[in-house]
Unconditional design. Sequence first.
Lengths: 202, 390
Amino acid sequence: MSRGNPTSSSLTPTDDALIAAIRSGDERALAHLYRLHWPMVSHFVLQNSGSEDDAQDVYQEGVMVFYEKVRDGSLELSCQIKTYLYAVCRRLWLKRLTSKSRFGVRLLDDEEHGPYLNTGAEEDVLAAEEQDRRFATMSEALNHLGEPCRSLLEGFYLHDKSMQDLTAEFGYTNADNAKNQKYKCLVRLKKLFFTHYKEEPI
Amino acid sequence: MMTEADYYALFEAYSHGELAGSARASLEARLAADPDFALRYADFNELTGTLRAYRQRQQTRAQLRGIHAAMLAAEAPAEAPVAEKTSPLTHSVNPMLRISRTERKLREFWNGHRATVGVAASVAVMAVFATLLGLDIWRSSKVQAPASIQWMRREINNLKQNQRAINRTIRRIDGTAVVPPINNGKFGGTGFALTSEGYLVTSYHVIKEADSLLVEGRDRQRYRAEPVYSDKAHDLAILRITDKRFTGFGRLPYTFKAGQADLGERVFTLGYPREDVVYGEGSLSARSGFEGDTAAYQISIPVNPGNSGGPLLDAQGNLIGVINARQNDLEGTSFATKSSYLVRLVDSLRNTQPATPYRLPKSNQLTGAARPQQLKKLQDYVFVVKVFEN
């Protein structure tokens, strides 16, 4: 461990192994990572006037950012996972605090987590927020779509049902009919989604 | 003409790699040639991509929630071993404090409301102290009001003394004449002649801390005097002039009334509230003094510090009292000791075989005279009493 040498920003072998395991879809590795850094983040949030639930929310958001980047293969770590997670969660929590506080916010940092700046967390959090906005718009568009389009698309794309199942479920005469219906629904969803998504610039 | 839905069918087949070679080639050619068509394809990809990512996100979220729940469940029975035996990938783990559920709730509350609680507490403390202070001030202002009198002796102005001292110093530096320092006394009051042999009357409180006394008449003649008798209860003091130069006052123009004066009688006084003699006039407004003191009258003469010990006479020139105090919170409320007590005091002193006998004046020269004439006769028998303390 780099405890004795806090300026070290290289990945430790265990970090590498962990990332590789997560990328290969090892759920146990993700669980291990999650458990490993939870005390740090929960301590941080609790120390900065957050509750246990706040800590859980923030930490899950943070792990999500990390996890999605690992799955994409777009993660470029210049520091330990621990530091990266700390920076991401810190950023997320700061954002929440400022949004609900009328006063300026000053965070109490744990010194031992070292240089949390320049970890690339800032951009990653921004990207994640953009992604969040996209998903929120999508969820909104799906809600506005109306039945049966919504159930059909959710069944196919979100719940991974096969076209045959959906045909039976919605009472179409054959799979082609169902498919045609799906495409029509997609077109409507597209209109809803893009109008909403582009109406709300950041 | 193909509808948009048809295109979507085409795109889906293409992205799943289900298109036959020729159809695939024509689609790719069209994508390259027609920017509108390419945009449509991009939109399709973004839409389905977002849908898939959205699904991914929901799954991950559920997964993390599951992990968290599992972690909490594992923690509950035994926290410590979990960290140690999880897997070979172990990092150093931050020690997890074992805290009870209530304590955790309390800690959360404290962390969330620390600043607010602090501010509230300090406001409360300040409010408590402000209230106490306010109550105290209110109470003291209430208590002080009803009962207090002020003795009418005068504190000699320090400023004036200092100024004189400076003048003296300057004169000394000039080398003209070395004047022995004159101590002007600390307190001043008024006194008046009791007998022609040199007995004087003043208020006890004027002379109570005296080391030495000086009486000074209208003609600036100064005599040394000593207290002969003090009556604390009635605030009376009898002085005797001890100076060798003193030869006697001559016949006193007023007499001492042994009985009580009547309510509403016009009364007047002479006194020394300042360097010059001051006349004051009013009525006898009550036959009892401060807080029902039957040994005193209440009179409506405005008196000031320095008036203490002054004679109180009625219109016929009978001495009926000795001025001594005024009430602080009431306007025009002054008090004077009744002359009957003075007469009784003199009677009792006669029996003690004094060095000089007490012979109270028998005839009144003021009766019937106009006030200015009365005052002209009277003022030679009224003195400043100066009190020295070391």
